[in-house]
Write a new protein. Structure first.
Length: 255
């Protein structure tokens, strides 16, 4: 809520002074000014009294479940995926993944819910899971993605719908991967092998991942890159087949 900062600055208060006047922690006030949180109803009343302006509170928010019920939306209607690439990945590399710690229940979930265009992509996600990634449901919009418009396979806006993906966490590193996401620019819609959210400490960014498997046609890659203007991490089919794709992915994401 940037207007809170504007009011505070107009009154000549520092963040520390304003926080003292309101009776809250300075770091929490910073989160409120950045729009990363909402005050409680009691805090909002205190702020309104100090600032001389109305302040929105978390009590005004409608919960996700109530919103879905009232609007009739279906955010959890996951699309069916093509099982063939997953079957091929299981056939060629299932034994190797099992020996490297693949969780069979998670793999089953991935085969049913994560879209994949090729066995190489599916094997890549298998390697990511072997490294400790877990199933994840969420929308990139909820994580602040605003670089392009997200659409489904039919070209319709994603809206409130969630997407299945994988989340990997280690220390201050958090990586969320959504396979096969469609991004619409002013001129075209491009489908990327994965849209990724990376948080490392205070650093946050949105790259895309492309897997160049056998028979990959690079025609149009440069054009798409120019249109999307996003950091792009590429992995070759040979790198994926070599079983070191997760390490290479992390190195290239964080380099």
């Amino acid at each position: 809520m940037s207007y809170l900062r504007q009011i505070r600055e107009a009154r000549g208060w520092s963040q520390g002074e304003a926080a003292t006047n309101i009776g809250m922690n300075r770091q929490y006030l910073i989160r409120l000014e950045q729009g990363r949180a909402l005050p409680t109803a009691a805090q909002a009343l205190k702020m309104a009294s100090c600032y001389g302006a109305p302040v929105s509170s978390e009590a005004m928010m409608v919960s996700g479940r109530r919103l879905c019920d009232r609007a009739g939306s279906r955010p959890f209607s996951l699309e069916a995926v093509n099982p063939e690439p997953w079957r091929a990945a299981q056939k060629y590399w299932g034994g190797r993944m099992a020996s490297e710690g693949l969780d069979p229940l998670v793999w089953e979930w991935m085969c049913h819910h994560l879209p994949g265009e090729s066995s190489h992509e599916c094997y890549l996600w298998g390697q990511v899971q072997c490294a400790g990634a877990q199933p994840f449901l969420g929308s990139p919009l909820m994580w602040g993605f605003d670089q392009h418009v997200l659409v489904d396979r039919l070209g319709k806006l994603l809206g409130v719908r969630i997407l299945p993906g994988l989340i990997y966490q280690q220390g201050d590193l958090e990586v969320i991967l959504w396979p096969q996401v469609s991004l619409r620019t002013d001129k075209h819609t491009f489908r990327v092998d994965a849209l990724v959210f990376v948080r490392k400490g205070r650093k946050r960014f949105w790259p895309i991942v492309e897997v160049d498997g056998s028979g990959h046609n690079s025609t149009g890659d440069a054009y798409r890159s120019g249109q999307l203007q996003m950091m792009e991490v590429r992995l070759s089919g040979e790198e994926v087949r070599g079983g070191k794709a997760f390490r290479l992915l992390m190195e290239r994401l964080l380099s």
